[in-house]
Design a protein around this ligand. Structure first.
Ligand SMILES: Nc1ncnc2c1ncn2[C@@H]1O[C@H](COP(=O)(O)OP(=O)(O)OP(=O)(O)O)[C@@H](O)[C@H]1O
Ligand SMILES: [Mg+2]
Length: 309
């Protein structure tokens, strides 16, 4: 697969503080890459370097094969960026903002007008189209921002926390817009603090913490890296839970009061086996749940810190 973004040994410091350390990553064309990390991890700093707004101290980065430090103008002509802060004019209406940006991209005034109207409809902003942006809600602004970034759909689009602060419904709507953009052939680099977002959207995920990438892979690779699914059995009495542990022997991770945890190392065949053994011993549990590892578990096991959900 051709590569859209390639980063090698990239480092950035602000005065004494190293904010990015030895970053390596590569993003295939036509895919979604999520840079996942908590506040202050260095996400925006990396996005600013890749979009030519900031120079790194060492290492290299290329976008569409062009070195961001050597030929920033050429890079800028192939990318779009939706930053953390809105880049639209507050005094203008939504539709006028889109038309103006279209004209900046050298669309004819008729084409800019048509494209603006199309996007206003696609992003569900028809009712607010003619109102000044300063009257828009946070979610409406984010949608307008994203619309502005795809007036002329760029080959590579950077989205810095596209859904932070949105309610769950707006977030889901934004995800579907993002998927549509990629279905059109663009490559997408997004940052997020939400594990679920990375899980839902990304082909590849890199976990950034204190300026370092601490894990990289697909959502399922990251989940598998921390272990297999677990079976949690709940009993009415502690004595039963203890007995179940002795019956399940090695498979059991032990009991904690009324619950017994079994690691399904051999997959789901083990589930039937465990159920059979327990029922033969007349120790059928009161409740059974299967716990699949989540990206949350991954983050917790890598950093010892919880993230936002
Ligand atoms: N211009 C600057 N001068 C000094 N320090 C900076 C500058 N820009 C960022 N930093 C520091 O670099 C670190 C990473 O910041 P960055 O904005 O990249 O984090 P982030 O992952 O985008 O966080 P958030 O999720 O809050 O947006 C932070 O400690 C921040 O204070
Ligand atoms: Mg940021």
């Amino acid at each position: 697969m051709p590569i859209a973004i390639e980063v090698q040994s990239l480092t950035k410091r602000f005065k004494e503080t190293e904010v990015l350390t030895g970053i390596n990553l590569s993003v295939e064309k036509g895919t979604i890459f999520a840079l996942l990390g908590p506040n202050g991890a260095g996400k925006t700093t990396l996005v600013r370097i890749l979009t030519t707004l900031l120079l790194s101290d060492s290492g290299t980065a290329t976008v569409n094969g062009i070195n961001v430090a050597e030929d920033p103008d050429a890079v800028r002509s192939t990318i779009g960026l939706v930053g953390q802060n809105a880049a639209v004019d507050e005094k203008l209406s939504g539709i006028d903002n889109l038309r103006m940006i279209g004209e900046l991209y050298h669309l004819s005034s008729a084409d800019a007008k048509r494209r603006a109207q199309e996007l206003i409809e696609q992003f569900d902003l028809v009712d607010a189209a003619k109102r000044p942006v300063k009257t828009y809600s946070g979610g409406m602004r984010r949608r307008l921002d994203l619309a502005a970034s795809i007036i002329v759909t760029p080959p590579v689009l950077f989205l810095d926390e596209p859904t932070t602060g949105l309610d769950p419904r707006s977030r889901t709507a934004m995800w579907s817009v993002i998927r549509d953009i990629v279905a059109g052939g663009s490559t997408l680099f997004l940052t997020t603090q939400y594990l679920e977002e990375a899980d839902q959207l990304a082909d590849q995920i890199a976990v950034l913490n204190h300026g370092k990438i601490i894990a990289q892979g697909t959502a399922s690779q990251l989940k598998q890296s921390i272990g297999s699914s677990r079976l949690v059995l709940t009993y009415k009495r502690e004595a039963e839970a203890k007995k179940a542990v002795t019956i399940l022997k090695d498979a059991s991770l032990g009991s904690d009061g009324l619950t017994v945890t079994v690691e399904l190392r051999k997959g789901f065949s083990q589930l039937t086996e465990a159920t059979k053994q327990l029922s033969e011993a007349k120790l059928s549990p009161d409740d059974v749940t299967v716990h699949e590892p989540t990206l949350d578990d991954v983050f917790l096991s890598l950093t010892g810190e919880a993230t936002k959900q």
